[in-house]
Ligand binder design. Structure first.
Ligand code: 7PM
Length: 273
């Protein structure tokens, strides 16, 4: 039955850990088995999308070579693709990684640099289907938290995302392949993050699905004064708020809890009468 005013149900994107293999020495080997076990859990817990990343975006993190990123991502992507019918997102800012991930069946590219890297726009444009999440970041991961500054944070991030959307459309990428993301924690103070959450409807009103990543972030740690292991409840509160302001996809480490929280939220938002 057609439900008047019903919105698409929010989707959950589960983050897969690709952790250094504890049996190797220099942290160059990544355990495929532990990544696949984690993928199975994410699927069983009801995620709609699984996000695979091979490069840490942590402030101060070492850059990873193209080959190393490929070695971490591609075998795991191929095995997930063969085993489960879940949508697969690849977290990368490198054109070559995008190209090879698309070739082995990635459904989405999640690029914290919003396709500003060399050859990235053309690579995504060359594929007919792949979706692309355009995220805002101020600065670069290594230094982004040193002194975030905006005159008007919501307007500046909106203008940035619209400029990246325009760049995609100009390359011939269909508008229904695009998602946008204000990039919580990426060159933002706590005050910036709180304002972005309060005004999240500004982004969902642009007409592109909004993806948000809030899971375990320092925004939560800062308000609750809790370490990263104790940020689930705070993260669920933010996920519910984000969906009530129109977010379409929640990126999270905690899939089972987020699926329940969003089913409940969706039942209320889409209830009739
Ligand atoms: C250190 C700093 C480690 C930041 C991990 C992170 C997002 C993302 C990430 C997001 C999209 C994290 C982040 N966050 N992709 N990748 N949106 N689209 O906490 O907010 O997971 S990495």
């Amino acid at each position: 039955m057609f439900l008047k005013n019903s919105l698409p149900s929010p989707q959950v994107m589960g983050i897969i850990n690709i952790t250094p293999d504890s049996f190797s020495d220099g942290g160059h080997f990544f355990s495929i088995d532990s990544a696949l076990n984690h993928a199975r859990l994410i699927v069983e817990e009801g995620a709609d999308i699984i996000d695979i990343g091979g490069e840490s975006t942590r402030p101060g993190a070492q850059a990873v070579s193209v080959q190393e990123e490929l070695d971490r991502i591609i075998p795991i992507l191929e095995k997930i693709r063969a085993e489960w019918p879940i949508k697969i997102s690849v977290d990368t800012s490198k054109a070559q990684v995008m190209r090879e991930a698309i070739a082995v069946g990635a459904d989405m590219i999640n690029d914290i640099m919003a396709l500003r890297g060399e050859g990235c726009l053309a690579t995504v444009a060359a594929s007919e289907q792949v979706q692309i999440c355009l995220m805002h970041i101020q600065g670069e991961p290594r230094t982004m938290q040193e002194s975030p500054h905006y005159e008007e944070v919501v307007g500046e991030i909106k203008a940035f995302l619209l400029e990246r959307v325009r760049a995609c459309l100009d390359m011939g990428i269909a508008s229904n392949r695009l998602l946008i993301d204000p990039g919580f924690g990426f060159g933002k103070t706590v005050a910036h993050n709180l304002l972005l959450m309060r005004k999240l409807d500004v982004f969902s009103d642009l007409g592109y699905p909004v993806l948000v990543g809030l899971s375990r972030k320092s925004l939560i740690g800062n308000i609750l004064n809790k370490p990263v292991t104790e940020r689930l409840y705070g993260g669920l509160a933010l996920a519910v708020l984000a969906v009530s302001k129109g977010a379409a996809v929640i990126r999270t480490h905690d899939v089972a809890a987020t699926v329940d929280a969003l089913k409940m939220t969706d039942a209320v938002l889409n209830s009739q009468g």
